[in-house]
Design a protein around this ligand. Sequence first.
Ligand SMILES: NC(=O)c1ccc[n+]([C@@H]2O[C@H](COP(=O)([O-])OP(=O)(O)OC[C@H]3O[C@@H](n4cnc5c(N)ncnc54)[C@H](OP(=O)(O)O)[C@@H]3O)[C@@H](O)[C@H]2O)c1
Length: 265
Amino acid sequence: MNRRTALITGASSGIGEAFADVFAAAGFDLVITARREDRLRAVADRLSQRDQVRVHVIAGDLSLPDAPGRLCEELQARGLTIDALVNNAGYGIPGAFVASEWPRHAALIQVMVTAPAELTRRLVPGMVERGYGRIINVASLAALVPAPAGHTLYAACKAFVVKFSESLANEVRPAGVHVTALCPGFTLSEFHDVTGTRAAVRHLPGWMWMDAPTVARQGFDAVMAGSPVHVTGRVNRTIAFLARHLPRRLVVALGRGTAWRHRKI
Ligand SMILES: NC(=O)c1ccc[n+]([C@@H]2O[C@H](COP(=O)([O-])OP(=O)(O)OC[C@H]3O[C@@H](n4cnc5c(N)ncnc54)[C@H](OP(=O)(O)O)[C@@H]3O)[C@@H](O)[C@H]2O)c1
């Protein structure tokens, strides 16, 4: 039997690894990518044994402009067609926008905006042709609330992901391709270590956090159901609702206060 195949970026830890779990458990073969090949191989060994699925490891750095093209060439060379794409790889840069030089910001945009858009552009025509596709673009609750200090580029990139996904969902839905922007709030992963905000978020209450497997499960269910935007968890959905409906000036002021306490910009 020909199984479907899911390509997951940033699958070496956190939400991406949890997505690999969920898709493998649902019977998808996998292509997993990130920079840390040893971590990818450990995920591949675990899931191929647990779920009897094929897991292909293609290590790469999505901050390199030619990475999406090279990844797709490698898929072609291995004879792989992609039925589901999870654009998940991402991180943040700590501190104020002007505290980092442009090349660092340019790499962030490459990983979180250009690479997901290019991978989608390269892979969606095949999905449309075959009449089946599932695309999850991992955005963030940060895309839906007023951006506090220090979220300058991160929140803007995630807002792009939401708008991109909403529009594309309308374009390709008639062809059997579902697109979902997944908007998690605080999620337990390596994200806050990489981003340098661990100390700032350590004292946030437990009810503000979700675990990566729950976030990935909700993302999987949302794309299968054809939901264009999914905010994970009731707490985050309430925050998104309030951000949409309370007076803008009040929400901006609340966001600013929270940022001073938790981000210390
Ligand atoms: N955790 C949260 O609170 C939270 C909330 C909202 C949204 N998100 C979003 O969720 C997504 C996953 O983050 P996470 O929480 O699971 O964090 P994580 O545990 O740090 O995972 C990030 C993944 O992205 C990969 N990655 C980072 N830079 C890369 C690059 N240049 N090239 C290729 N892969 C790269 C990492 O792999 P390598 O280091 O091996 O390359 C890793 O697999 C991100 O898009 C993040 O913005 C997270």
